[in-house]
Design a protein around this ligand. Structure first.
Ligand code: JFZ
Length: 335
């Protein structure tokens, strides 16, 4: 593990990819923009923002046919920009798997006309270009399959004690009938196992949004990963301080003395992780290089996010800026 962490720290620069069914509505639902709704306003939260019922949301899969997706081009783009690793959302809060899952048919191969495994294609492309690979997995929020029951239970218990509870992130508009335990036993833990077994190239497990997760539950995820491959390193947001590397708040440059473990800042090109059609607030290559240099000089890694469109293509400003960063790298990388 120590070795794996040291190796990770030396990579410095990586690519994050937020891509899922939310990339289709891209921030607009029934003519309304997310800014007029609840929630954090990032495109991958549209289901919560617009309080879309599970069935209606799942129907997005019928239209998901991203024929412009080209894993080879994306991995090559990452390599050419000087990025040494790549992490894709294998499952975000929406609960949809971007790989062929035997655990849940709500996945890119079984539920869409596309029928291709995006994770498998990226694994292959990353191998070709010498880019290390990892996955994001929303372990504690799943708007499709019942990660919400724990919020409800905790809130009810706290209410009796007169204590406040944040139910931020829970599906309370149309929750699955599953208990949290069922969600753990039948979906999330099996999917984590499945991912690590099917794609042994995975080196990073990027869990997210621990919120009310309990110690023993975080530990169960940690142990699941460790038992399959002890060299896989786990991001801090697994919860309960069980991660192997720290993640400052999104788009934050921390003080150099803040962490006694490896850390990684994750950042966006504009103001959303998932593709948002009307967010044109792109950071320039200059600004992105400023971030990279600040972070790397303080000992951290920078994982910069791209949000492909619902058709799989990468927005042009992203392509252009990555190319400019790559040009800078060619001149300055070893200097
Ligand atoms: C989470 C997700 O909810 C979001 O959709 C995205 O995937 C992002 C990378 O992670 O959002 C967070 C989680 C934690 C913080 C901020 C946004 N934080 O600690 O500042």
């Amino acid at each position: 593990k120590k070795e794996a962490l040291k190796e990770f720290q030396d990579l410095k620069f990586g690519m994050f990819i937020h891509w899922g069914l939310y990339s289709i509505p891209a921030g607009t639902w029934k003519g309304k923009k997310m800014e007029e709704m609840k929630g954090p306003g990032v495109a991958e939260w549209i289901q919560l923002a617009a309080q879309i019922p599970r069935k209606e949301y799942a129907a997005l899969a019928d239209q998901f046919n991203p024929t412009s997706f080209n894993a080879d081009e994306i991995a090559r783009m990452a390599r050419d920009a000087g990025m040494k690793y790549l992490v894709i959302t294998a499952k975000h809060h929406e609960g949809f798997a971007m790989y062929k899952s035997d655990v849940s048919s709500f996945n890119i191969v079984d539920a869409t006309p596309f029928k291709r495994d995006a994770v498998a294609e990226l694994v292959k492309a990353c191998r070709k270009y010498g880019v290390r690979f990892g996955v994001y997995y929303s372990h504690n929020i799943d708007w499709a399959d019942g990660a919400d029951a724990q919020y409800k239970e905790t809130k009810e218990a706290n209410d009796r004690l007169g204590k406040p509870t944040s139910t931020f992130g829970a599906n309370l508009w149309d929750p699955s009938p599953n208990t949290y335990q069922e969600y753990l036993d039948e979906k999330s833990v099996p999917q984590v196992k499945e991912l690590l077994t099917k794609y042994p190239e995975i080196r990073y497990m990027w869990f997210d949004m621990p919120e009310l997760i309990r110690k023993e539950q975080s530990f169960r995820f940690y142990k699941t990963v460790y038992d399959i491959n002890p060299r896989v390193i786990v991001a801090e947001r697994i919860g309960n301080k069980m991660g192997d590397y720290a993640i400052p708040g999104d788009n934050q440059i921390p003080d150099d003395k803040k962490y006694n473990m490896p850390w990684e800042t994750v950042g966006t090109f504009n103001n959303s992780w998932g593709y948002k059609s009307y967010d044109h607030d792109w950071k320039s290559a200059q600004e992105l290089l400023y971030w990279l240099l600040q972070i790397v000089s303080k000992g951290g890694n920078y994982m910069l996010n791209i949000g492909p469109r619902g058709d799989g293509s990468v927005p042009e400003p992203v392509v252009k800026n990555l190319k400019e960063i790559g040009d800078w790298m060619k001149v300055n990388q070893d200097a």
